[in-house]
Design a protein around this ligand. Structure first.
Ligand SMILES: [Zn+2]
Length: 159
């Protein structure tokens, strides 16, 4: 019955709801804002806990998705970069502004430390070394020569 009434008067109901919203916009918005402010810490904590609790399964899922859709993802990113060059340039600049010591350390390491041919990753001792990994960006020339995978793993650990 209720459903029928709603269906028969759908437009009327919608109109009523719209009117109510328009007339009480301020109140509704304030209410939502108040609720958010009063529960901000709790909500943040919840989000954080959820994020932490699901971290492992999320990473596994992401990796699976990435390995299954690698070509698609990479070509999408490269298209996106071509079409939004300004946005990406700005991103790079912002990153450099936020992390000047990282940029400087990487620049200096690249300039002064050559990776010898045939160098093996100093962490996994398996893959060829391609990266210079900083433990401390204040010591730009103090690096480990690692493969890209180990370097990424380490970056994730310190973030
Ligand atoms: Zn490695």
């Amino acid at each position: 019955m209720v459903n029928n009434y709603y269906l028969m008067n759908k437009e009327k109901c919608k109109q009523k709801m719209r009117e109510y919203y328009q007339n009480n916009k301020k109140k509704i918005k304030e209410g939502a804002q108040k609720y958010y402010n009063e529960n901000k810490e709790e909500q943040k904590l919840n989000q954080k806990n959820n994020y932490k609790a699901n971290q492992k399964s999320r990473i596994v899922k992401q990796r699976k998705y990435y390995s299954e859709n690698r070509e698609k993802i990479l070509s999408k990113i490269s298209d996106d970069m071509k079409n939004n060059r300004d946005k990406y340039n700005k991103k790079t600049r912002d990153y450099a502004k936020r992390n000047p010591e990282k940029i400087r350390a990487r620049f200096l390491a690249k300039k002064h430390i050559k990776i010898p041919e045939g160098q093996i990753c100093q962490i996994c001792n398996k893959s060829p070394a391609t990266d210079r990994e900083h433990r401390d960006y204040n010591k730009p020339l103090d690096v480990k020569l690692t493969c890209h995978k180990c370097n990424c793993k380490f970056e994730r650990l310190i973030q």
